[in-house]
Ligand binder design. Structure first.
Ligand code: SAM
Ligand code: MG
Length: 236
């Protein structure tokens, strides 16, 4: 290891998701077949090992939500009919476009708000920004969320940035969420449960009077595993 590499180390943890390359790449099938002859149908492999996560996309934009998670959000959008979806963590922006498009298809009057501390990787074309608001801000600072106070309800608030999550949850409960609104923690609950089970259960228990886990969605996919919470009472 030389001084150059030390000086230029990046915190890889900040990339999340797929990493530094936000561009969607269609699968390249150089070493494995795409076409399979039908006279050998019975011999066709059942799993050629293409990594699915890297291939998830919406209209050519990478989307880091797996099919089970997409299906759960589909059902939640249809059930709740939200007027606002807030997502912390934009990355390439594919999920924001997907939320916007799905809401439109369902005839919802819904604004989608994406917040990320680094919007340089966002690839939503200028022509596709209707109904989507992007804000470059750091989630670790609670003042980032003040402008959300005027957002329309019902509202879904998704933490897909995983920074300061429980302080943000507390802020949302105190200042934003109305009865029936959702706060969703993607991806991290199983990891936090593995590495900090006591703190995690203690933090979640502190919300017992104001949030409840919605088991329909909290069991729907590994990315949503035990991380879907619904505001159960009105603001204090
Ligand atoms: N929501 C996207 C999707 O489903 O396709 C993926 C988001 S990606 C998993 C996480 C994003 O969180 C990254 O773009 C990263 O820049 C952002 N992020 C990480 N820490 C953050 C922070 N403290 N404040 C704001 N954004 C942050
Ligand atoms: Mg996620």
């Amino acid at each position: 290891m030389n001084d150059w590499s030390r000086a230029n180390f990046l915190d890889l943890n900040t990339f999340r998701g797929l990493g530094e390359d936000p561009v969607y790449h269609p699968p390249v099938l150089t070493d494995r077949p795409r076409e399979w002859p039908l006279d050998q149908w019975a011999d066709a492999p059942r799993d050629l090992g293409y990594p699915d996560f890297a291939r998830y996309q919406w209209r050519g934009l990478r989307m880091l939500k797996d099919p089970d998670t997409q299906a759960a959000y589909h059902d939640l959008l249809w059930e709740l009919r939200p007027r606002t979806v807030v997502e912390l963590g934009v990355y390439s922006g594919g999920s924001l476009v997907w939320f916007r498009d799905l809401a439109r298809l369902m005839g919802l009057d819904c604004q989608v708000i994406g917040i990320d501390k680094d919007l340089s990787r966002c690839q939503i074309p200028d022509t596709e920004r209707t109904g989507i608001t992007l804000r470059e801000a750091d989630c670790s600072q609670l003042e980032t969320f003040e402008p959300l106070r005027g957002a329309a309800h019902p509202l879904i608030f998704i933490d897909d940035a995983h920074s300061n999550t429980f302080a943000i949850m507390k802020w949302a409960v105190g200042h934003l969420l109305e009865e029936g609104d959702y706060f969703i923690v993607e991806d991290m609950i199983p990891y936090w449960h593995r590495y900090s089970p006591a703190l995690l259960t203690q933090y979640l228990a502190s919300f017992r009077d104001v949030l409840a886990m919605d088991m329909v969605y909290a069991n729907a996919s590994s990315q949503l595993d035990r991380g879907v919470f619904r505001r159960s009472t009105t603001k204090e």
